[in-house]
Ligand binder design. Sequence first.
Ligand code: CP3
Length: 351
Amino acid sequence: MRLFLTMSAEDVNESVFVRACRGQDVPYTPVWFMRQAGRSLPEYRKVREGIPMLEACQQPDLVCEITMQPVRRHGVDAAVLFSDIVVPLMAAGVGVDIVAGTGPVIESPIRTMSDVDKIAELDPAHVSYVSEAIALLRTELNGTPLVGFAGAPFTLASYLVEGGPSRHHAKTKAMMYGAPDVWHALCTKLAAIAGTFLQVQIDAGVAAVQLFDSWAGSLSLPDYERYAMRHSAAALGAVADTGVPRIHFGVGTGHLLSSMAQVGTEVMGIDWRTSLTDAVERVGDRAVQGNLDPAAVEAPPEFLEPEIRRILSDGAAAKGHVFNLGHGVLPDTDPEALTRVTAMVHELSRR
Ligand code: CP3
């Protein structure tokens, strides 16, 4: 008799997480956490010691280990690739660093059409370390699905134009309003880079992809529709025919949800400020992901349990529900609290 130690690709496609993304029946609600890799885990800080963030992202063995850590520890239903939204920009030749405690910092901010012209396309060969890491993970994960991701054009553009993280996105909006030709040329390039990066990850074997539009919430609805929506649609449209579920997520985007849903993905990520019940009504016939407040993870059980029950019951009205936080894990979160949330979601949702 032969013993099969690794699960096949078909098994990943029948995993609880992928089935929920597709709106198929599941025995319990799957759960994973945005920013589960890295951040609060002591075993992460240990392996990252002395290695700058963007260097770590280029070491397949290390990427594999860091991606595995939260899966081993919490028993979550999906892994998320350890990487960053600026990795494909770096690979396309943009001078970028990730500064601890600050975030991405751009060497020469993009302000003019000639700056835009200098940004290259993404050559898949320049992110071969990502493909290698995913190949390692497919064996290591043994049937647990892996989520790949990219940054949405608006969010990437805001880093490139501001030169780093920004609260008001004033320079970004100055370009949008004052030089729309430069803006759209920039976002067209970023959509192509994001689309290629998603395709590379799908070719290497991720089970789902997520587009992070972290800062889209700073746009009004008309501005989102005028300046951002078509570029996100292009990035996600590049992988529409792959059959791999696509998750579309933004922070503070309750007012944009109907338009973000129109971009057309299988799953809409819902931030924690938005009522899940309202969201389910507004996103149409698709699955939802979310949306526990990241700060509630450490709340006492008398608050947390009813809150998780409420999210599960609100989510049950959607075509499918993947439990997650309404944004990423906060840096100081006690990892044991995440393990407890995972167990609670599984127990309270078991049918
Ligand atoms: O979700 C995961 O655990 C997988 C890996 C992941 C990282 N970044 C690793 C990372 C993912 C999915 C991202 C996406 C990302 N990166 C987003 C979109 C998601 C979101 O939170 O809105 C954004 C806006 C970025 C840009 C970025 N990179 C920021 C704002 C920061 C934080 C800077 C800081 O130190 O507070 C980073 C750095 C970063 N990316 C870290 C990790 C684990 C921390 C770096 C470290 O540990 O040294």
